[in-house]
Design a protein around this ligand. Structure first.
Ligand SMILES: Cc1cc2nc3c(=O)[nH]c(=O)nc-3n(C[C@H](O)[C@H](O)[C@H](O)COP(=O)(O)OP(=O)(O)OC[C@H]3O[C@@H](n4cnc5c(N)ncnc54)[C@H](O)[C@@H]3O)c2cc1C
Length: 418
């Protein structure tokens, strides 16, 4: 059965490669009307998808991703405690309209006029020509289930189910990293499983250390009142028997450890190639999001070296801006004026350090200052308000991608596993 499935997959992969190659030929021969500019997009996260949707109809768009589903990361942590929510968070690419031609495969290398793609075809990797290229490969964590790469939606769904089962049976949970994801994870777990014993370690002086102090203080206050043990200025590493301990001899025993630090750009495939990367592997871009040194290659999202927090709504806005700039260039030629990207979309408004959270619109317009909200709602109100706002953000993001609405899911016991 497995062999039959593998042969079928290989056959389909080859067909996909042939169709893509045939399409390049037919458009060269102009058999189907005037030729549209050929755009290839690498990566179908929020950056790539929004670029694709903004260009579909204006260009011949091919978008490539190694997965067959899109994940709304804003809802990922919630699925670990409420796995039925996976339906909201995991979206089959086939259900996202107007993104052009979707190719499932890994881009292995970028060349001046083509990319090399591997999608398991027996004939091996193949080349896909482009006139315009948008790189949107995003980022990932070094380890763990939070932003895990899975080939298929079913595979990801299984990981979410397993994570839920692990959480239900565990009593002690260790979260490494006091950034926004670590803090949110602790909050999500306690919202459904209040009896879990959570320890959170951060190497920073406070939680969410890169943001104004009031935010970290409020988050710590809230989590500690719910029983979370928080250790600041604490850097732990895993010893041979899997236990995390510090240089001064403190050790933290737990059944589950979540690593929420060590995010890195997915740019290994670009190393040593034509695309310039900074020392941390981020793609160097101009203020119009063009890859430095190339007029026809753009980059968007988490993988760029733009100095701003790496967030999905910003990646989506990069994608939309790039689509708009390209539409102008298609229409008016290379002399067309391009719009520049202002970090944080120009909404950096908390003492020069942006700390915003989503109130529903991913374009930045409806983003409110967390500080303002904190003052308005009080500390505990703020935290549950935060989780609610994220839930709303996930729903709105689906709408913005044109994905069909879901039927409401009946939940038998919302505190399951408590
Ligand atoms: C737990 C969590 C919660 C978050 N919550 C929020 C939130 O509430 N609000 C918010 O705005 N942001 C949030 N973020 C951040 C947000 O998820 C990222 O900023 C966003 O996903 C980045 O989008 P992107 O398009 O740059 O890349 P990604 O979403 O990382 O997508 C990149 C895509 O490229 C593909 N890819 C990579 N390399 C290749 C290759 N060589 N060939 C083919 N395909 C490739 C990958 O498979 C992937 O699908 C959260 C992140 C996490 C982890």
């Amino acid at each position: 059965m497995q062999t039959a499935m593998a042969s079928l997959y290989s056959l389909l992969s080859q067909l996909q490669a042939q169709v893509a190659a045939l399409h390049v030929w037919t458009s060269r021969l102009k058999l189907f009307g005037p030729e549209k500019p050929k755009v290839v997009i690498v990566g179908a996260g929020p950056g790539g998808l929004n670029a694709a949707r903004g260009l579909n109809g204006h260009a011949d768009v091919t978008i490539i991703d190694g997965k067959d589903y899109h994940e709304l990361n804003s809802g990922t942590l919630q699925t670990f405690v409420a796995p039925h929510q996976h339906k909201k968070v995991l979206i089959d690419y086939e259900d996202i309209p107007d993104i052009g031609r979707m190719v499932k495969g890994r881009v292995l290398a970028v060349h001046e006029d083509h990319v090399t793609v591997d999608n398991g075809a027996l004939t091996g990797p193949w080349d896909l020509a482009y006139e315009w290229l948008i790189l949107a490969p995003g980022s990932t964590y070094a380890e763990g289930p939070i932003k895990a790469f899975c080939h298929s939606l079913e595979e990801r769904q299984n990981i979410i189910q397993q994570e839920h089962a692990r959480l239900r049976s565990a009593t002690r949970i260790l979260i490494i990293g006091g950034g926004i994801v670590g803090v949110e994870l602790a909050g999500e777990v306690l919202s459904k499983m209040p009896n879990k014993k959570i320890t959170l370690l951060t190497s920073g002086e406070r939680l969410i250390a890169d943001k104004p102090a009031e935010i970290g203080v409020a988050a710590k206050d809230h989590l500690e009142r719910q029983g979370v043990e928080i250790h600041v200025n604490t850097r732990a590493s895993k010893n041979a028997d899997g236990v995390y301990s510090t240089a001064d001899g403190r050790s933290f025993d737990a059944e589950i450890v979540y690593m929420t630090v060590g995010g890195k750009p997915n740019t290994d495939f670009l190393k040593g190639g034509l695309v310039p990367l900074n020392t941390k592997g981020f793609i160097e871009v101009t203020e119009c999001l063009q890859v430095k040194g190339y007029h026809n290659i753009y980059a968007v999202g988490d993988a760029t070296d733009i100095k701003e927090t790496k967030l999905g709504y910003l990646a989506a806005a990069h994608g939309r801006l790039t689509a708009m700039n390209l539409r102008r260039r298609f229409r008016y030629g290379d002399a067309a004026e391009q719009q520049v990207w202002i970090p944080f979309g120009g909404f950096e408004f908390v003492t020069g350090e942006a700390m915003m959270f989503t109130l529903g619109r991913p374009d930045g317009v409806a983003h409110a200052s967390l500080m303002a909200r904190l003052k308005r709602m009080g500390r505990d109100g703020w935290f549950s308000g935060w989780l609610r706002a994220k839930e709303k953000y996930t729903v709105t993001t689906r709408q913005n991608l044109g994905v069909p609405e879901l039927e409401p899911v009946a939940i038998a016991n919302p505190k399951a596993g408590a």
